[in-house]
Design a protein around this ligand. Sequence first.
Ligand code: ZN
Length: 256
Amino acid sequence: MSAAPSRTSSTRTDLARLIADARRLVVFTGAGISTESGIPDFRSPGGVWSQMKPIYFQDFVADPEKRREAWARAFSGRAGWTGREPNAGHRAVARLVASGKAACVITQNVDNLHQASGVPADKVIELHGNASYASCLECAERHELADLKVGFEKAGEIPYCRRCGGLVKTATISFGQQMPAEPMARAEAATLACDAFLVLGSSLVVYPAAGFPLMARRNGAKLAIVNREPTELDGYADLVLHDEIGPAMSAAAPAN
Ligand code: ZN
């Protein structure tokens, strides 16, 4: 039921040229790059949050039953965030990072697919965390979901930190939870250091994340947006391509 692509003046060739001309590119990704891997856009109609109510951070911390529900969801895989494979769009981004063209990837996604496609973890700046593992809310100790799942399914145990006994939660940023300071600071520094900022698959409506493209533009960087639908910031961009991410990026950043 996808609409016909909008007629825009930019082409995949223009995108290839913008990437070629960039000396220090930053790639910014949203849900649209991962829908091609079968991961639903959780804010769209029919997305995860239209089917089940989000559990707010404050409720997770305060209420054991909310924690139980959150873990049941996480282990059921209903959100569809984990266990998927990177697609052509992720692989094109990975090539840009590997070649040194792209300094880093800032992502709103929690699906770990940039790392799975070969981008080093230290070059992925996750604004909303990561759903593929869990961490302690007190000491940040990392816990693997597979380990936690055993106790939860066998004995109904809600996970606690093996190191400090604190509450453990999937490493995503929940509704009501503060944006993580360190990734936000890294994303800002990267944005201000780039000469081209490439948005892939974000409708750019969720702030503060959507502030980064504007920050880059105001700082003098070229702004390119590739998204199936028009975005809030199309009017500010040097290049707008309403296109599928995988095919567009495969053409603009082809494998050798
Ligand atoms: Zn801990």
